[in-house]
Design a protein around this ligand. Sequence first.
Ligand SMILES: [Zn+2]
Length: 353
Amino acid sequence: MKSAEYGMLAIPVKTAEVVKISKINRIEIPTPFVLDRVNCYYIEDSKPTLIDAGVNTQEALDTLTSGINRCGGAIDGIKRIILTHAHADHIGLLSRIVGKSGADVYIHRLDAVKMLDTGASGAAHLREKYRTFFVESGAPEPIVEEILSSLFNRLRRYFCPFEQVSTLSGSEIFSFDSFDLEIIHTPGHSPGSICMFNREDGTLFSGDSLLEKITSNPVVEVNPSEENRDYRSLEKYKQTLGVLDEMPVKKVFPGHGDWFSNHRNRIRELLDHHEERTEQIMGILRSTDSGRPVMGGMTRFMITQKLFHDLKGMDVFLGLSETEGHLQILQGKGLVFSEQKGAPKTYFIRNGC
Ligand SMILES: [Zn+2]
């Protein structure tokens, strides 16, 4: 553990009698995934608070425990856990931490639903929803099986179904000894992603909604709740970037990697990246096959292969998610249309586009 991971921010505030200080500590937790580190933030406070809960491995639990100990705290002393979203690398240790501490857990209601979905009772149902998405994407059967087993092995091993949560909707304020954090609903990476913002000093905890070195995937929602029937992940994500762009953010504490500033530059880079990718997909749909136009249209899987080439397992899902996000936007603009005669959906570019 690098010493630089600790003691990043201390804001003293004078009350009538005593000076209380809340201190933010970043603890980097190892993950077994390609993105091999995730951040938990431990806030020293009269209500010791954890932002995000790592992945469900013993190594992660040991790293978190020793990290908190080095801050002078203890894992069984945590009073609150606020989750930025319900992905396996951010919530995995939840039940083990709550088992030791009895902490209250907070998550946006649209991601709370997903935590229940993925529990044992919902797994079979959810597997069918994913299968439908992959088949509709035109992925060949052996690849569908490969992605499903990779996805569900990951969920079984590292996800943590958990029910005793308090749900958030956005705009709630969490009070600490020396600052407040406001919940900002930032859908796109997941339907119930949130950021937490300190309006006094411009500190933003961004979860995976804004990362410095990584482009957050607009993960497709295969099982939307009734209220989220028309959820379009990339469209929502671009709106979220617009909201964050307007905010007077000075320092971003992300879900992965070190803190950064200049959030507007990063937002501009991300919006440019998505514009380029949308154009790239238009180019792929315009492309010719041996000199002839691709008359039969292209499936999501074909487009994804042309975009990313050799994807395997879980990465195929993330690639398909990104392609689907762009296709939804292009269809919304009337530039692309789709047909579904058999199982796979095929996409065509409109004449003249
Ligand atoms: Zn995530």
